[in-house]
Design a protein around this ligand. Sequence first.
Ligand code: F0G
Length: 461
Amino acid sequence: MSLPTRRSWAEPFKIKMVEPVRMTSREDRERAIRQAGYNTFLLRSADVYIDLLTDSGTSAMSDRQWAGMMLGDEAYAGSANFFHLEEAILRYYGYKYIIPTHQGRGAEHLISKILIRPGHVIPGNMYFTTTRLHQELAGGRFVDVIIREAHDPASTHPFKGNFDLEKLEDLIRKVGEKNIPYVSLATSVNMAGGQPISMANLRGLRELTAKYGIRIIHDATRVAENAYFIQQREPGYASRSTASIIHEICSYTDGATMSAKKDALVNIGGFLALNEPELFEEARNLVVVYEGLHTYGGLAGRDMEAMAIGIAESVEDDHIRARVGQVQYLGEKMMSYDVPIVVPIGGHGVFVDAKRFLPHLTQTVYPAQALAAAVYLDSGVRTMERGIVSAGRDKETGCDHTPELELVRFTVPRRVYTQAHMDVVAESAAFVYAQRDKIRGLRMTYEPRYLRFFQARFEEL
Ligand code: F0G
């Protein structure tokens, strides 16, 4: 008898309620994807077998979170759940003032309106779709100052979310610090493939911005996953808890927008967090116009309770190790089948490189969009385009942005699927890869004005 070559980890939970999923026939899926205009966002979830569209709002809540839902204090003003949420945010992230919002983009809307004036420039470590749109709608212009390696799917840089601090300083000198209301910092950079920023780079960013008196506003949506990568990869952090690393990250920033639908393990909710009383007052003024009173911001009391509990669960080392571990498992499996993916494997999903997958298709025929449709057709696995469709058009010229990254995101919801599901997904990617020559490009037949990837329609060429 021989011993196993490794000791496996397992999820730090067991399952007490299940939701049946249904496999469809190839004919069903052909009809469904055609009706959806080859856009996976327009599929009905009943036609999906394994849903890796997003990790947003798709997590399984714990028994403690569900118990918390029963403690909802549905008062219009001053709900007890708001105060629990405020305590959790102060304790785990360290921000002083909070405004709940219905989800992340609600917070992005508020902070953009408060701080951005026409002509302003907002530098950041790669754009995110909703974040950049709110900055633009407020009159600003986003400028990408992430390191070059982030745009290269094959670069194995361990911290591809890092800022190019020289590029940032050049930009500050060129446009003047008065025209930069804040630097937009994302932890676990979504569009780069779920790539982390290092603590050393963040400290450098804090020093540089302090020199010019510029704020850092932190998109904390996936801060726990970033903290886990720091613990695993950055010298000096191996024995630190994820919780303490999260606290340190937030301490270098002046405020945060949060989509609690990701790391914080809830199906709906978000917040804006600030340390400056003057900005907080502005936000309290605006939130009543767009979201709701400042003690609920568009959420039910029960949602805030679930969020407070979810935040505490999200920083636990056992949880985050299993969460990221499952994503790594899927990515390694795909690599073992030679499927070209972004490396290092990210925190919230595996990003397939559509340019290398489909070298016969030019970016003008939407290879990642076509690939997401092909994966759905093969197995009923739903994924999402993160390439030229998601990038949209340039605010000034109206021309398509042409991002270097043309990716399909296989996003893993938290605590929802098993290792067997991951095997099915990786095998589907492998089978589609074997048939890649047959995949044709697409033509866009309908383009919405904002965030076109959500609702655009296509047909096969
Ligand atoms: N910031 C990041 C980094 C995000 O990934 C998202 C949402 C938001 C902000 C906006 O938050 O959806 O709660 O309004 N990302 C989802 C995704 C939609 O699938 O990646 P929201």
